[in-house]
Design a protein around this ligand. Structure first.
Ligand code: ADP
Ligand code: 5GP
Length: 233
């Protein structure tokens, strides 16, 4: 029987640690499928076709777009990326939920069509850390890193369009919070009574809700505007 999957959208400026977090999450949470996007960009480092992305040529991307095979698609950093409809169908058939790793334009588009989708924005602790992570990943040329940093400043200003905001400082902690968000959204829809453990998960997730993180986000935004921390810190 096909059931409506919960759709989790995760967005972040490149280098924030989104891929690291999603791959850890998929190992920790059962019945969660990853929507492997289609892209016209070349594979990076150890990336494999059909694992992180389906790497396709522009002609094939155009054909898929024309044939309505994408739920959404966008041009990001000069390359095309698209979410295939079939992942949503398959997750529904399998009784699983679906995780989308897409940019802010894609997230806005999905929210219009799938209004129940749950959106999560991942932020780095500050601009300097983001730059360090992009360089340390050693997978992009300098000009690409510079372009991603410029785009990051624009993308982070969109954080307040998301349901949850996750600051990826210590990886283990961020991963635990991400897991709590997914589990708490499932619990919210479950008729079963909640255990103490369930209640703790919901509490952890609530701390990441947009309304509860606004103050923590301000110094991060300031670092992207080139401002240092306030004098009293
Ligand atoms: P994104 O998918 O957002 O572009 P990645 O997951 O590729 O980012 O992470 C960028 C780099 O930062 C990688 O080298 C990754 O190992 C590292 N990284 C991710 N999260 C953390 C963290 N919390 N602390 C330190 N390094 C991290
Ligand atoms: P990267 O090239 O670093 O893997 O990804 C660049 C950006 O494209 C990231 O913000 C990522 O979330 C986004 N992205 C990946 N797949 C899709 C997709 O299918 N649709 C949209 N709109 N963005 C995507």
């Amino acid at each position: 029987m096909t059931q409506k999957p919960l759709v989790f959208i995760i967005s972040a400026p490149s280098g924030s640690g989104k891929s690291t977090l999603t791959s850890d999450l998929l190992k920790l949470v059962p019945n969660l499928e990853f929507s492997i996007s289609y892209t016209t960009r070349s594979p990076r480092g150890s990336e494999q076709d059909g694992k992180q992305y389906h790497f396709i040529r522009m002609e094939e991307f155009d054909r898929m777009a024309r044939d309505g095979e994408f739920l959404e698609f966008a041009n990001v950093h000069g390359n095309c990326y698209g979410t295939a409809r079939r992942y949503l169908r398959e997750a529904g058939k399998n009784g699983h939920d679906l995780l989308l790793d897409i940019d802010v334009q894609g997230a806005a588009h999905i929210k219009q069509t799938l209004t129940d989708a749950i959106s999560i924005f991942v932020l780095p602790p500050d601009r300097q850390t983001l730059e360090w992570r992009l360089r340390n990943r050693s997978e992009d040329r300098e000009e690409v890193i510079q372009r991603r940093l410029v785009n990051a400043s624009r993308e982070i200003s969109e954080y307040d369009k998301y349901d949850y905001v996750l600051i990826n400082d210590k990886l283990e902690i961020a991963c635990e919070k991400l897991r709590a968000i997914v589990l708490s959204e499932r619990l919210r829809r479950s008729p079963l009574p909640r255990s103490e453990e369930d209640k703790k998960k919901i509490e952890v997730a609530e701390c990441c809700r947009l309304a509860n993180v606004r103050a923590k986000v301000q110094p991060i935004l300031a670092s992207f505007r080139g401002e240092g921390p306030p004098a009293h810190l």
